[in-house]
Unconditional design. Sequence first.
Length: 336
Amino acid sequence: MPVQAPAQPLAQAQMEDDEDRRLSEAIDRARVSTVSLEYNSGEPSGMRRVATGVVFTQGGDVISVRVEPREGRDRESIVARDSFGHEHPARFVAADPETGLTLLKVEAKDIRPIRPTARAALLGAAVFLIGHPYDLGQSVSVGNIAGLNRRVKYGPRTLGGLIHVQVALHPGDSGALLADRKGGWLGLIRGGLATPDAKDDNNLGFAIPAPDALWVAEQLLTHRKVDRAYLGVRFGKGSSDPGAAVSRVVPGSPAEKAGLLEGDRIVRLDAWPIRNRDDLTDRLDRIAANTEVTLEYARGPAIDHVIVRTTSRPSYSDPAPKPAPATSAAAPPPGP
């Protein structure tokens, strides 16, 4: 009598096949929203650089990271390649120096926009990345979310709220699309941190969450710049008490006009609790200038709130605000 094979391995194999098929379908959906970007950065060697971009509007608006062509014709000579390998003209529109995010326009019919997933990023969840390593063509890497709300210094500022992803990164993966296993857009790869013995590649990647990247992109699309909210407060060393402890209020700032004082602890901004000064800075990074916000603050044992109309944040190239006459200390760099 023939021996029948156990049903369990067959059922397990079928489940794995179904899972692989669903992942493949998710990747195919995300690929058409991803383009490679080749441009002339003006390097002495004459080599052109490559990055990755994510399409976020039906009209071909693309968000990427640090695509920095030279002024003039080089900004009109960017080449975009879609998931089919077809080349399309692209042009530089605007960039945000604080995040490194860059807005471009691609003229193509074989691309479609992607929107952020409604599902929150989960620690340990499986993800995939679509990039263009070494300009070899569109490539997929699989990894997992290793951390949430990371803070990493890129350029002039420390960026907060980043997704830490454990996945191999290579030159050309800047701006790569990060998605969950269902193809939902989670974020845009800002960059990585190399291990001490690494040269070009690393697997410590950090992504700007999709809603944050999209907010910057929409600001660039509408205003050609990102005009962030500014309160005019400075912070001292952290304390065990929750909130952002104010060590100084900039004269003439929205904070001074609203009556905030040294020693106040800001504990809430609109609907968001503020645990420390990083929370406040990160939240203001996502609010446009000239917006009214409600601050809840602690002054001694009392809790109060005030409505503040923010102004434009001084840039890092602007002179720092002068200190109050009562102090001789040098003013710190522009803050929130």
